[in-house]
Design a protein around this ligand. Structure first.
Ligand code: GLC
Length: 622
């Protein structure tokens, strides 16, 4: 078991000086909004709000019912209160960031690092003028309902707010780091930066938790998979309560999997927050700089690896249970690359950080070369593998990983289109996982881990294989499903991951936002519009499910939660970005030719290849 100390909000005084020290109900200010009657069955206990179980000592708070609005269509932000001040705000919390003003020094830094202007405009005005569709309005309302407060400030969103399952929520009543990302983007695009800022700072605190798993301490930089706000009696007092943050680093997770992606998402979100709000001071804080560097220390530490890719166990990302993705899964590599790119923009270079910054650049160079060169498959490459010689012992081996051609699965032979291709799911000695994993491929486009030509190829493939990858719901988490013996052996006969369900070939509507981003980056909005149209027809009627089952995504997933927040937020991000495509830049990284040059030089050392930008283009850009 894992031992962690619960963090009281009083202990965060240094972090949030105004955080009230006397617990949840020291004033009506911290009262959570009442749940909506529409979402709640009659049996839903009034103490349960948004999945957070709180004990309501009503006699202490006679003002409660007067001050908490019960109308379900009010935005949660209309019920937020100023930190530490027992006054309800009458207006929604708004950041005045129509035009972002960073201090010059930081603007220069961002410009020199990214080559781009950091100034962006949230979509507030534009959107308010537009007529929102019914599903969109509902999505907004549901998203606001899922907001979780801590010490009377918003800190995240619940994974799901499914009233039908109030006693069987498992851990879906928690704030998941990865699930919160699309919610955060929605809030940022809307000009609501506070919740994201709070989330970033509170999760940063959790990072340095003292934790041990069966006497073993995982690295200090580990970010939790999720956290829950708990209400506990204050120092044994039965009438006063306080809130504590209770993180899960994987010690309670099914399969006890380490959430490797959490820290990577945290870095990506931190950069997006800075880019859109202009609150660059947050990234520059010492604790935040330390947080970035702790995460990277974990990722960049020396080990036995022969490859620049990150070595992880099965289930260390969105697919958080056994699915045969241990080793070097694409999803983790794409997020790793993206996080390294983002971190490089944010780390302040000084004596103590310069070595790490150099290590980041070197790793980026090697990682992009490795993925572009060895993970990419298209018709030509598969034909090459089909004719591979094996057991080559030499520096110049063509078949470096000793892949036996018989590994090419029969489905792929007919499936790979003439035009287009994709990055495979995993690469290990004598093993290529040829499954198509959506998130990894999409994020490789967004982060420029893939070359432009590869990125176009991936979107071409999705277009060509629309009926397999989208059909009735965007987007298949992976294709194809593991069946028969493969399912039995690889998943361990997992009844949740049966063929074409859940992680095993299910369709996950949350992936729509990442698909939209990738399409915008490559100028293929047509595809994103098509996918959004498919999703919009069903999501609201189906109650915003977590995932869909069957080969074509026709059924709501067997054990799918309803009112899944990242389904809702993913839909909204997609809508907002398609209306304001220029805002995609807060998440996108452009190709960095310097990194390619670095790679050409690296190659020249080992294989005596000339080092130049021209060489970089010809050797590294496939
Ligand atoms: C499932 C998903 C995981 C997600 C969690 C909460 O475990 O596999 O990716 O974070 O649910 O929604």
């Amino acid at each position: 078991m894992i031992a962690t100390r619960l963090r009281r909000c009083t202990q965060l005084a240094a972090l949030f000086p105004k955080c009230p020290s006397s617990g949840l109900f020291s004033s009506f200010a911290s009262a959570p909004p009442l749940p909506s009657s529409r979402l709640l069955p009659p049996s839903y206990p009034s103490q349960l709000t948004r999945g957070i179980c709180v004990i309501f000592p009503k006699h202490l708070f006679s003002t409660l019912t007067d001050t908490v609005p019960s109308t379900p269509d009010k935005s949660t932000f209309e019920r937020l209160y100023v930190h530490g001040v027992a006054q309800p705000q009458t207006k929604p919390t708004e950041l005045k960031i129509d035009r972002v003003v960073c201090n010059n020094e930081h603007n220069e830094k961002l410009e020199s690092n990214s080559g781009k202007d950091a100034v962006t405009n949230p979509v507030k005005e534009k959107d308010s003028e537009m007529e929102m569709s019914g599903p969109e309005k509902e999505a907004w309302w549901l998203l606001n309902q899922s907001v979780v407060n801590y010490c009377s400030s918003p800190v995240g969103t619940l994974a799901a707010n499914d009233p039908g399952l109030c006693n069987q929520m498992l851990n879906y009543d928690q704030v998941f780091i990865r699930d919160f990302v699309p919610s955060a983007i929605v809030f940022l695009l809307k000009g609501e930066g506070e919740i994201v800022r709070n989330f970033l700072l509170h999760t940063l605190q959790l990072q340095s938790w003292e934790k041990t798993v069966d006497c073993y301490s995982p690295g200090q930089g580990l970010m939790p998979a999720s956290f829950k706000v708990r209400t506990v009696p204050l120092d044994g007092n039965s009438e006063a309560f306080e809130e504590v943050l209770d993180p899960d680093f994987g010690e309670s997770a099914i399969g006890r999997v380490a959430p490797v992606d959490s820290g990577l998402w945290w870095i990506i979100l931190l950069r997006a927050y800075g880019k859109i709000t202009g609150d660059c001071a947050l990234q520059e804080r010492i604790d935040v700089q330390t947080g970035i560097r702790l995460i990277l220390n974990l990722c960049l530490s020396d080990g036995f690896d022969m490859f620049p890719t990150l070595l992880v166990t099965d289930g260390s990302c969105m697919i958080d249970r056994r699915m045969g993705i241990h080793g070097h899964p694409l999803e983790i590599q794409a997020l790793f690359y993206s996080a390294l790119r983002c971190a490089r923009e944010m780390i302040i270079i000084n004596d103590s950080s310069k070595n790490q910054v150099r290590a980041i650049s070197n790793r980026l160079t090697a990682l992009s070369f490795h993925i572009r060169q060895y993970y990419w498959v298209d018709m030509r490459k598969i034909n090459e593998i089909y004719r591979y010689k094996t057991e080559e012992y030499s520096h110049d081996a063509i078949n470096k990983f000793n892949i036996y051609p018989d590994q090419i699965p029969s489905w792929l032979v007919d499936w790979i289109p003439e035009k287009g291709g994709y990055l495979i799911g995993n690469l290990q000695p004598a093993h290529m996982d040829f499954r198509f994993f959506s998130l990894g491929n999409l994020w490789a486009i967004v982060s420029s881990l893939a070359t432009d030509r590869q990125a176009e190829g991936i979107l071409n493939l999705i277009d060509e294989k629309w009926d397999d990858l989208v059909a009735n719901m965007p987007l298949k988490i992976c294709y194809p499903a593991l069946e028969y013996d493969e399912w039995r052996i690889i998943t361990g006969s997992d009844p949740k991951n049966t063929p074409w369900s859940y992680h095993n070939g299910g369709a996950w509507p949350t992936l729509l936002w990442q698909f939209t981003l990738a399409c915008i980056k490559m100028g293929r909005q047509d595809l994103a519009h098509r996918a959004l149209e498919v999703a919009e027809k069903r999501l609201s009627n189906d109650k915003w499910p977590e995932y869909y089952d069957t080969r074509t995504g026709r059924f709501i997933g067997k054990q799918s939660h309803l009112y899944q927040t990242w389904t809702i937020a993913g839909f909204l991000v997609s809508k907002m970005l398609l209306r304001n495509p220029e805002l995609a830049s807060i998440l996108i990284c452009d190709e960095d030719l310097e990194l390619l040059e670095g790679c050409a030089c690296g190659l020249s050392k080992s294989a005596r290849i000339k080092c130049s930008r021209k060489a970089a283009r010809s050797q590294v850009l496939v």
